[in-house]
Design a binder for this molecule. Structure first.
Ligand code: AMP
Ligand code: GLY
Length: 457
């Protein structure tokens, strides 16, 4: 199966990840029209924003049918864990419209930690030793904690807005946390709790595109989750990312492919789980050996903001390979340049923050137009400001307004992701920080040390 020569694409989501995907899709000659729902003030420079939530399947159906959409690309996990792929496949009017993403069963790799751990143990994929406990098993859980060494890792089974993993330094804290989680601290997401062995090492994110049979490993990245320099303070959605990752060298990546990527793709097929999308493998490098920390069923954010700018092959054709089962014929090419992205966030994030502040300086950043990406490889020094939580004062669908004349306001915790490319990580970092010097909004905060730990390693 192949898609038509040019395709009308609907991309669901509205963060920095979706701006990065939208920019790469807009650069493809295969993309006839690109709609982004709901998108943000940045995605409107790549296509047409549609005021529609990514979880509103009824509205999505009407839009797809009314606008001749021939491919749906899903950015965030929620529509996937809610079963958007199954919704399309079981609807007589939608079943011929391919959706890039796993089935609801496949999305359980992210939606249930217990499911993911059982999958890994069934398919002999290296991960931390674990056990799962329910409310009636608090005593057993407490006894299991006694067998482990500190620190203790407790994970709410379900999606808990990125807050469901708690690491406790002492046994006493771990006992309290276990009781609180199983008593409803995270609602239904915590009705089961996975307790696992703590892995000591350094993390990276491996992204795999799969059509259910074949796979391509995309550029590897590392993200920075804590709010503060030196990995201090609370966890966030991600404060920056780099790609490639020096320690993820050929030797390490061949272990990842043999021990993790192949058994994951083969395991999904063996379990008869339909999966045509991205598998995001959160890995811990423990003394040179890879262990899976978690699976996600989508691309990462902000990792996408460093992964997609390095992909020089056609990204619309990548999605075609995913949905048509022809990924083996897709030739993935990747720029050898380093990419660094630094996230500018609202003051107070990840706690309470205010929105609606004007963003100054965007017009002064010479972001290469999306279409230029098809005309040649990215160059050292290129900078792209990806929008995350932003909104334009004029409606984003108003084609008469231009980016320069609109007022763009902050509309979320993570606001702008500033990505630069460079022949070295230092050059890419320096270019991103130089661009950030020209950008401002009230309360703007960012980390100063994205990629620093890797330069020194
Ligand atoms: P998650 O929300 O699943 O991404 O987990 C949040 C973070 O907790 C991960 O990025 C790791 O830094 C940490 N973490 C999770 N599981 C473990 C583990 N078994 N050992 C050490 N750190 C872990
Ligand atoms: N950057 C981590 C995530 O997307 O979940």
């Amino acid at each position: 199966m192949k898609l038509p020569k040019t395709i009308t694409i609907l991309l669901l989501g509205g963060g920095g990840r979706e701006h990065a995907i939208a920019r790469s899709l807009a650069a493809s000659p295969r993309t006839a029209r690109l709609y982004i729902a709901p998108g943000n003030a940045g995605t409107s420079s790549c296509g047409t924003n549609v005021d529609m939530e990514a979880g509103n399947f009824g509205a999505i159906k009407q839009f797809v049918l009314n606008h001749g959409v021939g491919l749906v690309v899903v950015g965030p996990e929620e529509p996937l864990t809610k079963g958007i792929v199954d919704f399309f496949e079981s609807d007589p009017e939608l079943k011929f419209v391919p959706v890039a993403g796993p089935s609801e069963a496949g999305a359980r790799l992210e939606g249930s930690k217990d499911f993911a751990k059982a999958f890994m143990s069934r398919h002999h994929i290296p991960t931390a030793a674990y056990r799962t406990f329910t409310k009636s098993e608090i005593a057993e859980g407490a006894a299991f904690l006694e067998t482990l060494k500190p620190p203790y890792v407790l994970k709410a089974d379900g999606l808990a807005a990125g807050k469901g993993v708690v690491i406790c330094d002492t046994l006493e804290e771990a006992h309290t946390e276990l009781t609180e989680m199983l008593s409803g601290k995270f609602g239904a997401a915590g009705s089961r709790v996975v307790i696992e062995e703590y892995l000591h090492g350094i993390e990276c994110s491996v992204f795999v595109a799969t059509d259910g049979e074949h796979y391509k490993i995309l550029p590897v990245a590392k993200d920075y989750k804590r709010i503060g320099d030196g990995d201090t303070g609370p966890n966030t959605g991600g404060m920056g990312a780099v790609s490639p990752v020096p320690f993820a060298n050929d030797e390490f990546m061949s272990k990842v492919e043999e021990r993790i990527v192949k058994p994951t793709v083969e395991g999904l097929a063996a379990d008869r789980i339909a999966y045509k999308g991205f598998i995001f493998i959160g890995l811990m490098n423990v003394g040179g050996e890879p262990f899976v920390i978690e699976y996600n069923v989508r691309m990462g954010d902000p990792e996408s903001e460093v992964v997609f700018p390095r992909i020089t092959s056609d990204v619309a054709a990548l999605f075609e390979g995913i949905v048509c089962g022809t990924l083996d014929a897709y030739e993935l090419t990747v720029s050898p340049l380093w990419a660094v992205t630094v996230m500018c966030v609202s003051g107070g994030y990840p706690g309470d923050y205010r929105k609606g502040f004007p963003i100054a300086g965007l017009e002064s950043v010479a972001t290469p137009a999306p279409k230029s990406a098809s005309k040649g490889a990215p160059k050292s020094g290129d900078t792209v400001v990806f929008h995350a939580g932003t909104v334009a004062t004029a409606t984003a669908n108003d084609v008469k307004t231009t980016a320069g004349s609109r007022d763009i306001l902050t509309a979320g915790g993570r606001v702008l992701s500033v990505t630069s490319l460079g022949t070295t990580m230092e050059k890419a970092r320096a270019a991103s920080y130089a661009t950030i010097d020209d950008l401002s909004f009230e309360g703007m905060t960012f980390r100063l040390d994205i990629g620093k730990d890797l330069e020194e390693s």
